[in-house]
Design a protein around this ligand. Structure first.
Ligand code: MG
Length: 166
């Protein structure tokens, strides 16, 4: 069996915060506001993998109302979410992501972000792709007031003998 998952997130960008994408810090005068570290890409990926496996969503697993998750490292949240998905016998076929943000440009960081996400899920970085898109100056995304991330993933299920249940 194969299943697709979709995740989307948006965070405001403010001064005095780090700009993290998939655990990699970008050089920027603004960063993501959030209860956790605000890593918008990690959050979209978490929702994509949980959605594909039918295991809930990020807000359910790590409620922003809980003090435990204040300033949480989102890559640790991703590892925990992937652990749940993997223990339910799902493997990743591929993950594809889009980050929408006019500044800074993502390309110089792209391969480091791919490796970081792949490492968190114990897969090859060939299975993970990330691309940056601008919003052509339009709206909060184009004006640098927010960053948005979209993630889609394909998971395959394996039976108790380790065979893919396609
Ligand atoms: Mg978020």
């Amino acid at each position: 069996m194969i299943r697709v998952g979709l995740g989307r997130d948006l965070h405001r960008l403010v001064h005095g915060r780090r700009f993290l994408l998939g655990g990699i810090e970008l050089v920027s005068d603004k960063g993501e506001l959030g209860h956790s570290d605000g890593d918008v890409l990690a959050h979209a990926v978490i929702d994509a993998i949980l959605g594909a496996a039918g295991l809930g969503d990020i807000g359910e697993l790590f409620p922003p109302s809980e003090e435990t998750w204040k300033d949480a490292d989102s890559m640790e949240l991703l590892k925990a979410a992937w652990g749940l998905v993997n223990r339910a016998h799902w493997n990743l076929i591929n993950l594809d992501c889009v980050v929408i943000c006019d500044n800074p440009k993502l390309l110089p960081y792209r391969d480091r972000i791919r490796s970081s996400l792949a490492q968190a899920m114990g897969v090859s970085s060939d299975a993970v792709f990330v691309k940056g898109k601008t919003n052509e100056g339009f709206g909060p995304l184009g004006e640098g007031a927010a960053a948005e991330a979209l993630a889609v993933c394909l998971l395959e299920h394996e039976d108790r003998y380790g065979n893919n249940t396609l």
